[in-house]
Design a protein around this ligand. Sequence first.
Ligand code: CO8
Length: 313
Amino acid sequence: MARDDNTILSALKPLCTRSAVTAAATKSTRAPSLAIYNAIRNTGYTFRYVSTESPSYKMIKTETQGRVAIITLDRPKALNALCSELFHEINDALAKFDNDGAIGAVVLTGSERAFAAGADIKEMKDTEFINNYKSNFLGHWVEQISKMRKPILAAVNGYALGGGCELAMMCDIIYAGEKAVFGQPEISLGTIPGAGGTQRLTRAVGKSKAMEMILTGSVNLDAHEAKSLGLVSSVFPPEKLVEETIKTAARIASKGAVAVQMAKEAVNHAYELNLASGLHFERRLFQATFATKDQKEGMSAFAEKRKPTFTHE
Ligand code: CO8
């Protein structure tokens, strides 16, 4: 149900402390402020917020639940095939959520039938090398997601093929519904994966399986195979998938945002650096966390046997 901050505040007034409501009322935010979220959490209720100020996207839906933002690909007739406009909208939403202090993690999902069935074949079929090269085709599509500082969790139901599989692999955690299908069918179209399929899939599932999938274009992974190979971290019934992914995203978003971003950055360096440089980078970031208020709060809370209150500083 869509509700704006004032409606939420009126409903909350009898339920929570005056200071939390007043603090929340003084802020004008796109998503509920931390104060509103905390006030609601103190009541024991959960809620889902659809911003009345969201841009009018045509191919995605966005919503927030507490500190979690949810982006749902919504191009059902083409099984969420990734066309320019769809990617433009995804990138726009991602950039806004990355800059929104009230958001701590993002969930990216599709429909029960398809996460995304690949790049839009009909849109790209007649494009030529020279224009693709000059315009850096695909490069701009993936720029935003690769520079996201906040964690992104993919909730994959149905087909994740070609660019759809690559999009899921660009996320930090992949959860799958039992009927998910992961594959790289590009070879059957006379092309190859173009947004990380040859690189990330190989690292995730090993060379032999990646070669088998990419060279045949028809060996796909179901959700359980994907989990056993390490591509996916958990499998859920399709109807529970998004809810379970949001729960994990909420757990991540409840931690200190600075430590979360540093941890994401350090894990991502495992892909990019050799072990010695990666360990050095991790140690430096670890040392740097001791300059944050969240580290002081987190360790004091443990010692004092209470829950920490992170301020993301
Ligand atoms: N592009 C354009 N349209 C698509 C795509 C696609 N990738 N996938 C499905 N559609 C359309 C179909 O054309 C069809 O449209 P219409 O109703 O107008 O004919 C509609 O979606 C429904 O599809 P189907 O009727 O085919 O549904 P089925 O249930 O019979 O089959 C499949 C589902 C198996 C998923 C089938 O649609 C299929 O094989 N799709 C193509 C899968 C594919 O080859 N993907 C790889 C594309 S190339 C690529 O991704 C390069 C990566 C580049 C990087 C991208 C950046 C992240």
